[in-house]
Design a protein around this ligand. Structure first.
Ligand code: ACO
Length: 328
């Protein structure tokens, strides 16, 4: 993703070593996470922590260093997110430790102990599926910041701000909230009619600016949701609800090219791994950080130009200045 080629063994080891030695983050960032109210929203907490890192590190752009900084940021994102979970759950800080994968290091820091292979595998797959996807709103927002030569940590803050919204990265949380609201598979049809059809509302986790058919990532998430559902009745219930809702959604909206997107089933995977809903967008951010950074670095190193759109003014051609006391 970052280097454009699959690595040789020695390159992979170098990147892995860099990742493993970069999990530490300044105490001020950790303290900030633990000092804010437990109800604080996850992406806001990530922005705050990255704001601290931007203030402390403020790295300049240097071709020889940019990609190493990117690896450091990926590692620190895992630390920040694991500690957001721990702070919100009333647990003590914990720094991820080197392991065979970023997925395992992250999960074991968050949950504070050994995590079963099935969950680590699902997390690893989620990290891959969400890594990059062309130039959605978050990547675009970060690219605008990068184009000004702002530092890489600040570019992550810009990208996080755009990811947060329910029309983009926030959709997995919104999709899952629908399943929770529905409550049981036999209530899906009635819920769909009352809440989507009658109110003419959008089905969350459906539709995509680029895909006019099934999002291929969604199919893989569904497979892992099925694996996590075996032996877990609660996950199975949400999966059954989602499958029925997917069927109704496709029957109703496919004529407009609106199908389930990647966020429809991803929440069930995150829930099956053991995370509450408030972590879903943060996990998306953890995976997407690498893709964002690859875009920012490519843009600045290869085709750098300030991104500055123009606006087309369509208002009146002249308006006289009226003093405040005469404005009625
Ligand atoms: N449910 C029902 N109808 C929908 C949905 C939906 N989720 N999405 C689009 N439509 C309909 C629109 O109402 C519109 O119908 P109309 O032509 O009769 O007015 C038509 O499909 C086209 O919609 P647009 O808004 O033009 O599609 P656009 O490409 O702008 O929207 C978006 C993409 C924002 C993702 C939209 O599908 C949506 O709001 N989905 C719900 C939120 C969501 O799941 N976002 C995650 C996206 S994937 C990601 O970020 C990883």
């Amino acid at each position: 993703m970052l280097y454009g080629e699959l690595p040789k063994k020695s390159d992979l080891q170098r990147v892995k070593n860099k990742l493993d030695e970069s999990f530490e983050v300044p105490d001020q960032a950790i303290n900030l996470i633990y000092s804010l109210p437990k109800e604080s929203e996850t992406i806001g907490l990530m922005e705050a922590a990255f704001g601290v890192l931007a203030a402390i590190y403020n790295p300049t752009w240097e071709k020889a260093k940019n990609k190493d900084i990117a690896i450091e940021i990926v590692a620190k994102t895992a630390t920040i997110l694991a500690n957001i979970y721990r702070a919100k759950e009333g647990l003590k800080p914990r720094i991820p430790q080197p392991s065979e994968s970023l997925a395992r290091s992250f999960l074991e820091a968050a949950f504070g102990g050994h995590v079963e292979d099935k969950k680590v595998k699902a997390m690893d797959i989620a990290l891959i599926l969400y890594t990059d996807h062309e130039v959605p709103a978050s990547t675009t927002a970060g690219l605008v910041a990068a184009s000004t030569l702002s530092d890489l940590y600040s570019c992550i803050v810009a990208a996080l701000s755009a990811l947060k919204g329910p029309l983009h990265g926030g959709a997995a949380e919104e999709a899952f909230k629908q399943f929770v609201e529905i409550g049981s598979p036999e209530k899906v049809d009635e819920w769909f009619k009352t809440n989507i059809l009658d109110k003419k509302k959008r089905l969350m986790g459906f539709g995509h600016r680029v895909y006019r058919t099934f999002d291929p990532r969604g199919k893989i998430f569904k497979k892992y949701a099925e694996e996590l559902a075996s032996g877990n009745e609660q996950v199975k219930k949400y999966l059954d609800i989602a499958e029925r809702l997917e069927k109704l959604g496709v029957e109703t909206f496919s004529g407009k090219g609106v199908y389930p997107n990647t966020d429809f089933y991803s929440g069930i995977v995150f829930y099956g791994i053991g995370f509450p809903i408030y972590m879903f967008t943060g996990i998306f951010a953890l995976s997407r950080t690498l893709g964002w950074l690859a875009h920012f670095i490519e843009y600045v190193e290869e085709q750098h130009r300030l991104i500055r759109p123009r606006a087309l003014y369509v208002g009146p051609s002249q308006r006289d200045y009226v003093p405040l006391e005469n404005r009625g």
